[in-house]
Design a protein around this ligand. Structure first.
Ligand code: ADP
Ligand code: ASP
Ligand code: MG
Length: 405
């Protein structure tokens, strides 16, 4: 008998009918002879709706109360799914994160899972239940509710699969697997039968929201077999995230990712002397704001420019912090740009090939797309471009690197 963890995201549980569809699917999986633990997200749009309510009260709500608020979305879904399974004459039992006892650190809104008690779940499974667990949430050591960051139900599912030593963690979503790029932006995107763990990690970290990055990290760390499948279609194999080493024949570029969540900050006229990059970036990171890409130019007339990206939601705050310190930093100038997107290509195969970056830049230049920032690593090349060219850029790169073949 196999133990499977299924996870259904917001769209897959977006209405009563869809929850009933999930109930039928998990009952079928149980009838096929498996033990089933189901992790669910909030119904689609619910987490955003709750955050908007909080926003109406204040722009600076307490992180603790925000977690109390947003965790309610998942609590609704677990109860409705348990009822839908019971209505089909089967046994089901639902748990919030705190009831399972999924313990996390106390970093509200971006907590990390530290421990999962598996006793109750194992006992319920042994008694014939389908066990349903609320995704995205846990409790800290004092019992405060915490959440795991947007898309965090993926991580709940993988962490439960690791704790239960499940045979597979199956992420059911509104696409039937991982594609060469977001199929909603490039209709010619190709579904991948498998993708290496390393490439999936890179795709997720560069913005492909099909899996939350922490879920991929967790799967790698604990060797959890992970698969992405459709919650609407039957019988597909989806995409397996493999731990296998990539083969020497790996394609140059295996995927294209983009992230609409970053804004560009440009600081000009910084005195070119030791410690200045540190002083500017320290203003940002000491506010717990993550800086992603960073580029500094060489000196011109004793001054330099520093350009970096921060989450869009934090741009105004960053501008005001740096403007506030402008004078003591030697009369620097600062500007922000929200209408940008980070566009990246990923591929294990590019490690051993020169000229991939040049080819990427040529493809973008042939479409008259201006590149504002570049960053590279062994298996990815990222650019920042105007957001209005996102679709054009994705499609041109997809075709140029022959990902549709
Ligand atoms: P869920 O609510 O089930 O967690 P998400 O919206 O978080 O679903 O993730 C699924 C979405 O991820 C798809 O609808 C698709 O638009 C997007 N996506 C982005 N990049 C990819 C990719 N490379 N392959 C498949 N889907 C992708
Ligand atoms: N409901 C949460 C979100 O919208 C968690 C999830 O769906 O994975 O981000
Ligand atoms: Mg998701």
């Amino acid at each position: 008998m196999a133990l499977l963890v299924h996870k259904y995201g917001g769209t897959s549980v977006g209405s009563v009918e869809r929850i009933q569809n999930v109930a039928k699917r998990v009952i079928k999986a149980q009838n096929d002879g498996n033990q089933i633990v189901v992790v669910v997200s909030a119904m689609s749009g619910e987490t955003n709706r709750l955050l908007a309510l909080a926003d109406e009260i204040s722009k600076e709500n307490s992180p603790r109360e925000l977690d109390v608020l947003v965790s309610t979305g998942e609590q609704v879904t677990i109860a409705l799914l348990a009822m839908a399974i019971q209505a089909e004459g089967k046994q089901a039992k639902s748990y919030t994160g705190g009831q399972v006892r999924i313990t996390t650190d106390n970093a509200h809104s971006k907590a990390r899972i530290q421990h999962i008690d598996d006793e109750k779940i194992r006992a319920d499974l042994a008694a014939g239940n389908i066990v349903i667990v609320a995704g995205f949430q846990g409790v800290d050591e004092h019992g405060n509710i915490t959440t795991l960051g947007r898309g965090g139900s993926d991580t709940s599912a993988v962490a439960l699969a690791a704790a239960l030593k499940a045979d597979e963690c199956q992420i059911y979503t509104d696409v039937n697997g991982v594609y060469t790029t977001d199929p909603r932006v490039e209709p010619n995107a190709k579904k991948l039968d498998k993708i290496t763990f390393e490439e999936m990690l890179e795709m997720a970290s560069l913005g492909s929201k099909v899996l939350q990055i922490r879920s991929v990290e967790f799967a790698g760390k604990y060797n959890v077999p992970l698969r992405v499948l459709s919650s609407f279609e039957d019988g597909g194999e989806g995409t397996l995230i493999t731990m296998e080493e990539s083969d020497v024949e790996a394609p140059l570029v295996s995927g294209i990712a983009f992230d609409k969540n970053e804004a560009l900050i440009k600081v000009k006229n910084i005195p070119h002397k030791p410690g200045m990059a540190y002083r500017v970036l320290d203003l940002v990171s000491s506010q717990n704001i993550e800086v992603d890409m960073i580029v500094q130019n060489d000196s011109q007339d004793g001054c330099t420019d520093l350009t970096f990206t921060v989450p869009k939601a934090e741009m105004d705050k960053v501008l005001s912090i740096i403007t506030g310190a402008a004078e003591e930093l030697g009369d620097i100038e600062v500007r922000g740009d929200k209408d940008v997107v980070k566009l990246s290509i990923v591929g294990i195969g590019m490690q051993s090939h020169a000229g991939v970056a040049t080819k990427m830049f040529k493809i973008l230049s042939d479409e008259n797309i201006n590149i504002k920032l570049i960053a590279t690593s062994e298996i990815k090349i990222s650019t920042v471009i105007d957001e209005k060219y996102l679709e054009l850029g994705v499609r041109a790169l997809h075709e140029g690197f022959e990902l549709d073949k």
